[in-house]
Design a protein around this ligand. Structure first.
Ligand code: G1P
Length: 296
């Protein structure tokens, strides 16, 4: 087994243009999914997998994110005075969740560049990267499995999921070979957002990575790729092509529930799905939805 990992990195410097005007003055990571900001789900997922040291790579819009994970004394004392213990607990949950750190990306030069900003904080240990657009259902643990595979193989591990072939142009896509483990594949090639019809497979990278620190050196030498941005996928391809650098790249194939909050339609679907599952909302929402859909 490898060393016990503690660090997670969450890139959160995107402009969120797909959600304007909601994201004009607020980071998209703060958009509520039911009643919790999207980023809180992701931080909770990291903490559930034992990664309580969380570095958020932010942009100019950072204030709301770090306020969310900090104390808010006026609100706490008001809730306390009014005897609203349940609400107080909800407020304190996000404060006590993790050991939060922040670094700014500065120039928005791509996901690979955002990850490179974590170099000083991460140091020489393997670490996880979690993208906020993907929410993984807490009942279908993925990150823990990835950490186990990382420990066993001492390699880079990415999360892959089968997507409809019409969707591959939205993702990094992998060429793979089987391994002895049913849910683990060896990654032999990667393409960032292949043109329609040019995808090597329908196994897409979903936003979870367990990386070795060697990735930083590779990223420093990775030229801009798709969209003129420094792509994490391109650095991972370098690692996949040469096992000598950091033990190669493996993919854990995820077959559980994933909610995409990256665009408007998927965001709405995620909210409906998660709300239907909630004890406090589901019993009223489900019959209403049926009736509403019946009337469409
Ligand atoms: C990023 C990555 C891509 C990956 C995707 C997962 O793209 O570059 O390889 O498949 O996240 O959500 P983005 O969605 O940020 O454009």
């Amino acid at each position: 087994m490898g060393i016990h990992l503690t660090k997670a990195v969450i890139p959160a410097a995107g402009l969120g243009t797909r959600f304007l005007p909601a994201t004009k003055a607020m980071p998209k990571e703060m958009l509520p999914v039911v009643d919790k900001p999207a980023i809180q789900y992701v931080v909770e997922e990291a903490v559930d997998a034992g990664l309580s040291d969380v570095l958020v790579v932010t942009g100019r819009n950072k204030t709301a994110i770090d306020n969310h994970f900090d104390r808010v004394y006026e609100l706490e004392s008001t809730l306390e005075q009014k005897g609203k213990g349940d609400m107080l607990r909800v407020v304190n949950e996000s404060t006590a969740l993790a050991d939060m750190h922040y670094v700014r990306q500065g120039d928005p030069l791509g996901l690979g560049h955002a990850v490179l900003r974590a170099k000083m904080h991460v140091g020489h240990e393997p670490f996880a990267v979690l993208l906020g657009d993907d929410i993984i259902d807490a009942r279908d643990p993925l990150l823990q499995r990835m950490l186990d595979v990382q420990g066993q193989r001492n390699a880079t591990v990415i999360a892959l999921m089968e997507v409809d072939p019409s969707q591959t142009h939205l993702y990094g896509v992998a060429s793979v070979e089987a391994t002895d483990d049913d849910d683990v594949v060896k990654v032999t090639g990667l393409v960032e957002k292949p043109d329609p019809g040019k995808s090597p497979s329908n196994l897409a990278i979903i936003g979870r990575y367990v990386l070795r620190p060697e990735v930083f050196d590779v990223l420093e030498n990775t030229p801009p790729g798709k969209g003129g941005e420094i792509q994490l996928t391109d650095a991972l391809l370098t690692l996949a092509e040469d096992d000598e650098i950091a033990g190669g790249v493996y993919g854990v194939v995820f077959r559980g529930r994933r909610y995409d909050t990256g665009d408007k339609l998927d965001y709405i679907k995620a909210i409906v799905q998660l709300a239907c599952d909630r004890k406090d909302l589901g019993p009223d929402l489900r019959p209403w939805l049926k009736e509403f859909v019946g009337g469409l």
